[in-house]
Design a protein. Structure first.
Length: 216
């Protein structure tokens, strides 16, 4: 398999399938295409008509969406193991993942992922507070509900954890305050060996994308 990603420092969508595949130790070739460069569109057009990362190539099959890639990997290589085994937990994990996939526009727009940055401060307003509170609610509720099955959001590591991994990075960058339960979950994600490897590699990247360098 070949996984086409953007900058590790900035590309939250790329992190999700990369983390999922890495945690499950699936072999893949990584192709990194720096974003916001003069040749970005040309480079991406060799892999996808959508013009965005990530992209998974598995033989002649091309998949160009983070959640779709994770779903495919789960079905094709993990016998569905990307989701919790119980029907209830699986439905809740998919709901949370879909909400993350399509929602939280303020967090996305005002707290861009920037793995190299720490101590950044941004203006906190009501709309941002609402979205942070919703993330906090999801993390604390489901970690508490499924704590008997393991330390992750739904007990064992799942696609849902990959969907929220970039949010943990964002909250760390901008010093976002969350509950003790959610803070512990953040540290679990950020302390994982593959997440730490991603961040180390992000620090080594030379590119700077000005629009993603926000905060004081």
């Amino acid at each position: 398999m070949k996984l086409v990603i953007g900058n590790k420092n900035y590309s939250s969508w790329s992190l999700r399938p990369w983390l999922f595949m890495s945690v499950h130790e699936l072999p893949f070739e990584e192709v990194r295409i720096p974003l916001n460069q003069d040749d970005t569109h040309t480079m991406l057009s060799r892999h996808t008509d959508a013009g965005k990362v990530p992209v998974l190539e598995d033989g002649d099959l091309v998949i160009w969406d983070s959640l779709a890639i994770c779903e495919y990997i789960s079905e094709q290589y993990l016998q569905g193991g990307g989701w919790p085994s119980s029907v209830r937990a699986r439905a809740e994990a998919r709901s949370c993942s879909a909400e993350m996939h399509s929602g939280f526009p303020v967090i996305r727009g005002e707290l861009p992922m920037n793995c190299r940055a720490t101590g950044r401060k941004v203006l906190v307003h009501e709309a941002l507070e609402r979205e942070v509170a919703r993330i906090d609610q999801i993390w604390s509720r489901y970690r508490n509900t499924y704590s008997g099955a393991g330390p992750w959001l739904f007990g064992e590591f799942s696609i849902a954890d990959c969907m929220f991994a970039p949010v943990a990075s964002r909250f760390q960058t901008y010093g976002v305050n969350v509950s003790a339960a959610s803070s512990a979950y953040m540290q679990l994600i950020l302390g994982h060996e593959h997440m730490a490897a991603w961040v180390r590699q992000a620090h080594a990247e030379p590119e700077i994308i000005d629009v993603a360098e926000v905060g004081l």
